[in-house]
Design a protein around this ligand. Structure first.
Ligand code: ACM
Length: 670
């Protein structure tokens, strides 16, 4: 038996053992679904596939809890009958599945109630709850003539449908009819349920506004990977994005700035003549439509109103909410520098972008905003921000000094703590739970305040031990605004975060009190993201990795298996017309200096099996150019290094042109 074969046998045994282990908790799960008793398990894949670098036969993301391949293939008939009980609960799942199958295949897809008709696909709500799969799990059985998905709740059926779609050929993702496709899939038995209940992405629609249609498009992509939470960052220095009745200036003034492009944070300050026409906002009716769209796809929308910092759009609209005299001259930020971060956190504000914690009008304002937000969003939490609030203007403010004396507040942490506690009371008075970024832990918040840990995981770990509910979203692993590849190819932002580092993310670290970790999310900040195509590019494939972190059992995660699946998902996203980053194929540049100060250039790739070809003569390399095998030294007068990656004869990476000056700068002084 060769090495690969023995590895595959182990895999198969492992899978069977895994499902048996689960079955010991609930016999139901160990049992094949009704029509499947004779389903023989065959191998997961064969060794030749791996030897020839063919894509994996099953490329489901997130990896299911258990998948057993059985004998035979399912072929979609011309007349597809989806059978399910007729209920309002199942309607969104049925409508979704009907659309997803009928549009690309052109087959006639009908929905019938439980009847004697012959079904092609049966969706079954378990009459008796299956405790192992919970509210979002499912069992999927594919046999040659019948597909059955069983779940306790409609959400589970929806996730079963997502898995089913990933078993079809990639053309199932087409928005138009595809001809000459064999709509087949291998027979399988899958049992699956999520590791964590909060599986989120945050979309910053404040730095740049994204239309209602674009938000729906973002939701469409995320549900394929079983995300159930979209956190909308609705307010920031660059824009207020939600209609609030009775506070019209928030959207008349606060939603608009001057369009600038280039390197965000360094833009020239807008002049008085530059039109403030860039931006937008959601009416409450728009937001209801987004919420309903998300709900039909089992996604909750969590609103974030980011206060007391990040509030320049509010101050520009209602300057009386600032502690600082002269705030009447403030304008919504258009990407010009407003903070000095050179001394670390908290930043030194160059304009006061905070709400005044010592001004009662601020709490009246928040009450009005939160009443409407609470009425609009059904989700149980409201996120109130709390991050990166500068204190230098508060330190100068007489009203803040008076507040400190009156309330016995010793420092600015306690001043922010006073604000947060009042904000929490307002949120709770509307029947909602309060969540904030981890800076709110700087003061003694009640355990009922939930924490979103972003400055790494340590704040989340500490909060969980203090019995705060925690959502992990550490910048170290899941900040989707960070670059995925070398800064030479990407719009420049604060840091680089490659796919491999995201895949390492474990949202429940050993030091945390696991029962308080609700889940995790990736955060897509949009300072440097100007359009929805770039928002997608930044989200995928890193969003696949986060989906596995929050859904798949920790023991089932494997980088090499994952990467094979990523490439298959790229093909599906091509058909779905969703943009993704191909940066896994790009070379990684590392530089050093030899003992005699020569520049040494080390090239590598994030994934195995790629060859790197290069040139120093300014022409564009292909696979007939020198292949990279060891560290390079550059010819004396070379001005640039050009590189490209191939897999065999196929171009995989982008042509990257790296100036020698840049490499010399990175390597430090000669
Ligand atoms: C954050 O990234 N400032 C929460």
């Amino acid at each position: 038996m060769n090495k690969f074969l023995s590895f595959l046998c182990c895999l198969l045994v492992y899978n069977v053992a895994y499902s048996q282990q689960m079955g010991s908790k609930n016999d139901n799960l160990n049992e094949p679904l009704a029509s499947h008793k004779s389903g023989k398990i065959v191998s997961l894949t064969d060794s030749n596939e791996i030897l020839e670098n063919r894509p994996p036969e099953f490329a489901i993301i997130p990896e299911p809890v258990s998948l057993l391949k059985t004998e035979g293939q399912f072929t979609l008939p011309e007349n597809v009958v989806i059978m399910a009980q007729n209920s309002a609960e199942l309607k969104p799942v049925l409508d979704y599945l009907q659309g997803k199958i009928s549009i690309p295949t052109g087959h006639f897809v009908s929905i019938v109630g439980n009847s004697s008709a012959t079904a092609t696909i049966r969706l079954v709500l378990n009459p008796k709850e299956n405790h192992v799969i919970g509210d979002e799990g499912y069992q999927l059985s594919v046999t040659p003539h019948l597909i059955i998905i069983k779940a306790n709740k409609a959400a589970g059926l929806f996730y079963g449908v997502q898995t089913l779609l990933q078993l079809f050929p990639k053309e199932i993702e087409s928005k138009e009819m595809m001809t000459d496709i064999a709509w087949k899939m291998p027979c399988v038995e899958i049992t699956d349920y999520p590791r964590l209940g909060w599986r989120g992405l945050m979309f910053d629609v404040a730095r740049h506004f994204f239309t209602k249609q674009e938000v729906k498009q973002y939701i469409d992509a995320m549900v394929r990977y079983k995300y159930n939470m979209l956190h909308l960052h609705l307010t920031d220095d660059e824009g207020w994005r939600l209609e609030i009745k009775g506070l019209p200036k928030l959207t008349e003034i606060g939603a608009w700035n001057v369009k600038k492009v280039g390197d965000f944070g360094t833009f020239s300050p807008p002049g008085p003549d530059e039109p403030r026409t860039y931006g937008g906002f959601y009416t409450q009716d728009d937001m209801k439509e987004i919420i309903a769209y998300a709900k039909d796809r089992f996604v909750n929308i969590m609103p974030e109103i980011d206060v007391p910092g990040h509030s320049l759009a509010v101050i520009a609209s209602y300057p009386e909410l600032s502690c600082t005299p002269g705030a009447e001259t403030y304008r919504v930020r258009s990407g010009e520098k407003i903070m000095d971060w050179s001394k670390g956190a908290p930043p030194i504000a160059l304009v006061d972008n905070t709400l005044c914690p010592a001004n009662e009008k601020v709490y009246v304002f928040l009450d009005s905003v939160i009443s409407q937000v609470a009425a609009l969003f059904p989700f149980e939490y409201i996120h109130m921000g709390g991050d990166e609030a500068p204190i230098n203007y508060w330190q100068k403010s007489d009203s803040v000094k008076a507040l400190m004396a009156r309330e016995g507040l010793k420092d600015m942490h306690q001043v922010q703590g006073y604000f947060e506690k009042r904000a929490q009371k307002i949120v709770e008075s509307k029947g909602k739970k309060f969540m904030g970024w981890d800076e709110i832990m700087n003061s003694d918040m009640p355990a009922s305040a939930a924490i979103m840990s972003w400055r790494g995981m340590s704040y989340g770990i500490a909060a969980s031990r203090q019995k705060h509910e925690v959502v992990m979203s550490p910048q170290t692993n899941v900040y989707l605004d960070y670059m995925q590849s070398d800064v030479i190819t990407e719009p420049k932002v604060y840091a680089t975060l490659r796919l491999g580092k995201v895949y390492e993310f474990d949202p429940v670290p050993a030091a945390a009190d696991a029962k308080y970790i609700k889940g995790a999310q990736g955060n897509l900040w949009t300072e440097q993201i100007y359009n929805i195509r770039q928002a997608e590019y930044m989200t995928w494939p890193r969003g696949y990795a986060i989906a596995e972190a929050v859904w798949s059992p920790r023991e089932k995660k494997s980088w090499s298996n994952f990467i094979g699946k990523v490439e298959v998902q790229f093909g599906r996203m091509d058909i779905a017309e969703t943009k993704y980053s191909p940066s896994i194929y790009d070379p990684i540049f590392k530089v050093s200096r030899s003992a005699d100060k020569q520049l040494m250039i080390d090239l590598s790739t994030e994934i195995d099996g790629l060859d790197i070809y290069y040139s120093f003569d300014n022409s564009s390399p292909d696979r007939f150019y020198p292949k990279y095998t060891e560290k390079l030294t550059a010819p004396k007068d070379a001005t640039q290094l050009k590189v490209i990656t191939y897999r065999g004869k196929k171009v995989m990476g982008r042509m990257i042109t790296m100036p020698m000056d840049e490499l010399n700068k990175r390597a430090g002084r000669r």
